[in-house]
Design a protein around this ligand. Sequence first.
Ligand SMILES: [Cu+2]
Length: 404
Amino acid sequence: MTKFINPGLMQTSRRNVLRGSVLASAAAMTGTAAFAGARRGPAPRAHAPTAQIFNAAETMTKAEAAPADLSGYTRVKQELVAPPFAPAHEQVATGGPKLIEITMDTTERLMVVDEDTGASVWALTYNGSVPGPLIICHEGDMVELTLRNPHDSQMEHNIDFHASTGALGGGGLTHVYPGEETVLRWKATKPGCFTYHCAPGGAMIPYHVTHGMNGAVMVLPRDGLKDAEGNALKYDSIAYIGEQDYYLPKDEYGDYKTYEVAGDDYADSLDAMRTLTPTHSVFNGAVGALTGEAALRAKVGETVLMIHNQANRDSRPHLIGGHGNYVWETSFSTPPLKDVETWFVRGGTAMAAMYTFEQPGVYAYVNHNLIEAALLGATAHFVVEGEWDNNLMEQVVAPRAFEA
Ligand SMILES: [Cu+2]
């Protein structure tokens, strides 16, 4: 049985109709109930304020505009990889500007957030991971994204690139229903790390973002990273860390609820989100995703660029036992902060911190709201191999009893 819950816009199953009625009051207040069937007619405009903005964006692109000048660009493909890894890239650009083709699928998948409690979420993702893959380009490059929404999806998705300019960061031009794809090209005009996230409209925006639908783009200066004096700064590896706040609904016994398909938790999630108190704040999708066997690895003398993405909420990363030798909290246009103890991630940004390991051992990389680190999950580990340097630290006396 199919019905239209928004006449002319969305075809949906009976289950979605029921869901729509559950959502109706919330949706009327807070935003679109953008559950999907195949697209029927024009893009959905369920939420008046955002619809107006989308209309504006569409009007602009439909107006007479000169075609983009792509002369001088070399077309290349970037194979995106799952976090915490980074795609193959140059730190200093060689040759002219590139037109970088990437593809992302808006995959909806059930993910365990915490094995100890059984907490789970129907994650809304780019390419199946939380965070979505890291994209790397240089200032002046073009990024050409093919965004595909799989046929078996429940929901509509899009993407807002904070690194881009215009049309709500591309959000106004990339709404895709299940079975649809779209292609968006944008120019990287500002160097820095930037978040990207889904933004379908209204309450669906925080719903999608707090279900994992966010990631980062790094736009490097063409001549690479520099310190305040203009000296080149190189890294040996990237650790790409996405911090995700989840607001997972519980039942009357305090157990985490489970749901049959993506979107089924919408009404419960709205209630949980309104508390502004996350049940989880985790790195790379789940408690322990970057500890134990999955810990980040480095060697003494290696320089790691830690890229931290938080699309929704402030954070304050600290590398326990180390520092931020160079920290770019805002952009690569300004000189990095030096020798930073704990750095700041403004909610809705990605940023970068560089450190060269000097001692072996396990380093905890935490949100130094230690309640979030220890109780909500915001802890990663770097396991660093190498020779211990007693000049930097030595246990002069091991713990022993002393005379009273
Ligand atoms: Cu989405």
